[in-house]
Design a protein around this ligand. Structure first.
Ligand code: NAP
Length: 249
């Protein structure tokens, strides 16, 4: 039986690597992002490797869009029993300069988005008596200068995850969070641009602070997701795994 997985924010970065990895693990994958057209490369890469995927356009923070996206996925791939809440944005600024919009935008995509997606998908997991939820947190949950909004959202993801684990465990559903450290994606590239340093210098500086001596890759995170959604991880729930090349980065 082929299981269906949904990966949000999967047009690029960590989400794209995760979608490819789950397809290689044997899941049919819904590659979901704001714009379906932006998912074409991820879907093509999965199909070229012999996997099954569809592109789905939806804003995870919009309840009606989430409902129709999940309906489309059920119809085209089958009921989803794996959900990776990965879609995310940053709007960094020091607290005194952070606008209400910066605060609301970040909390809305990460927390409201994960809430709406999980609520829409859990019913299929409960019906199947099996499910896996993986939420993307961050080392920023421990506090990070210029990221009051993002740190609050990513700490919130951890409390959300632990509550899902408690509520859904009896239905065979696990929920875990992954807290990446510094990962080389468009998101960290944008941060380098904002502070006016080249991405190469930014990566080199970050790598000096990371015990394993390098920046992380999207594949490093995809490997951790692959474990959490596996059969082997059925007794692991409500955990936060820091994937940061050390205790934190
Ligand atoms: P990324 O390269 O910026 O990719 C994020 C994707 O999410 C983009 O394709 C983006 O679409 C999509 N997205 C944004 N808002 C959305 C919405 N409302 N609905 C649907 N899709 C939406 O980011 P990344 O670096 O891969 O990060 C992925 C996740 O890991 C995020 O949750 C991030 O906070 C977390 N994380 C990243 C790092 C890191 O160092 N990179 C570290 C810790 C945690 P658009 O391009 O159209 O905006």
């Amino acid at each position: 039986m082929t299981r269906t997985a949904i990966v949000t924010g999967a047009a690029r970065g960590i989400g794209a690597a995760t979608a490819k990895r789950l397809a290689a693990d044997g899941f049919a994958v819904a590659v979901l992002d704001l714009d379906a057209a932006a998912c074409a490369d991820t879907v093509a890469a999965i199909e070229a490797a012999g996997g099954r995927a569809i592109a789905v356009g939806a804003n995870v923070a919009d309840g009606a869009a989430v409902a129709s996206a999940v309906e489309k996925i059920v119809a085209e791939l089958g009921a989803p029993t794996v959900l990776v809440n990965n879609a995310g944005i940053i709007r960094d600024n020091l607290l005194f300069k952070m606008t209400e919009d910066d605060w609301d935008a970040v909390l809305t995509v990460h927390l409201r988005g994960a809430f709406l997606m999980t609520k829409a998908v859990q019913t299929h997991m409960v019906d199947a008596g099996w499910g896996r939820i993986v939420n993307l947190s961050s080392t920023s949950a421990l506090g990070n200068r210029g990221q009051a909004n993002y740190a609050a959202a990513k700490a919130g993801m951890q409390g959300f995850t632990k509550t899902l684990a408690i509520e859904l465990g009896r239905y065979g559903v696990t929920a875990n969070a992954i807290a990446p450290g510094f990962i080389q994606t468009d998101m960290t590239r944008a941060t380098a641009e904002r502070i006016g340093v080249s991405f190469e210098d930014f990566v080199a500086a970050a790598s000096k602070e990371i015990p394993v001596g390098r920046g992380g890759t999207p594949e490093d995170i995809a490997g951790a997701v692959s474990y959490f959604v596996s059969e082997d991880a059925g007794f692991v729930s409500g955990q936060v795994l820091y994937v940061a090349g050390g205790p934190r980065a």
